[in-house]
Design a binder for this molecule. Sequence first.
Ligand SMILES: Cc1ncc(C[n+]2csc(CCOP(=O)(O)OP(=O)(O)O)c2C)c(N)n1
Length: 267
Amino acid sequence: MITNEIRKSIVYMAHYSMASHIGACLSIVEILYTLYFKVLHIDPSNPEKKNRDKFILSKGHASAALYATLAERGFFPKKLLDKYYIDDGVLPGHLDMQSVPGIEISAGSLGHGLSIGVGMALANKIDNNSGKIFVLIGDGECNEGSIWEAAMIAPTLKLNNLTVIIDYNKLQGFGYTNEIINQSNMIERWQSFGWEVMEVDGHDVQKLNDSLKKESLCPKILIANTVKGKDISFMENKLEWHYKSPNENQYKQAINELNIISNKQNS
Ligand SMILES: Cc1ncc(C[n+]2csc(CCOP(=O)(O)OP(=O)(O)O)c2C)c(N)n1
């Protein structure tokens, strides 16, 4: 399974570079896989194609997940994943659009990706460009006021070429999202701004695929229920894995668990 390969790359990258944000990467693997392998009209041999669909990873601290997915999809050699977040590396810890092909925006300062996505979607409307825009934001990232400015304007501009996915993993950097700022009424909130809202299991590729491909007259948003640290038993739903990186033993255990999942899938 490609999702499992992506997870192994993420664990490897966080381990050797001693980087943070492994939990945030592991929660979005199925979302990225579904987008890059089933939904987006893109061509890895021509990443700048004019009417391509564009994906924005607004929660740019999860860069390792996108780098690993792009490598699996053939945008650049997998060997480059050895150059993540290290001195003289190629792939910076926060997302850099100049590092490798396939990255539409640099990101890491939270709260900007949705506004950029609104601009891209509006530009495509004006230019009669059929390319669609997809933006992935974090649930904690929704604490940023700029998210709500973009949320207000998109339906007014009738941007039905814009899809947002919230990685609703219920944790942010320093605690539970809804304890820091309660947004448990997420569905009603986005609906009240004029968005078509769908709630989906963020690890179910079939359901993600169906929801992402659904046509709509207005901008739409998928509230994707996910698990931070997904598929590594000692990382799942554990706040500390926002910042920690796996040591040698933890790395071996994590890869072992992912291998067990691979073996089950192959049998
Ligand atoms: C503007 C800004 N403030 C603070 C940070 C530091 N920061 C990095 S990740 C993070 C938590 C984000 O939580 P969430 O959006 O829920 O993403 P998750 O890590 O759970 O995927 C914070 C506060 C940042 N990158 N940008």
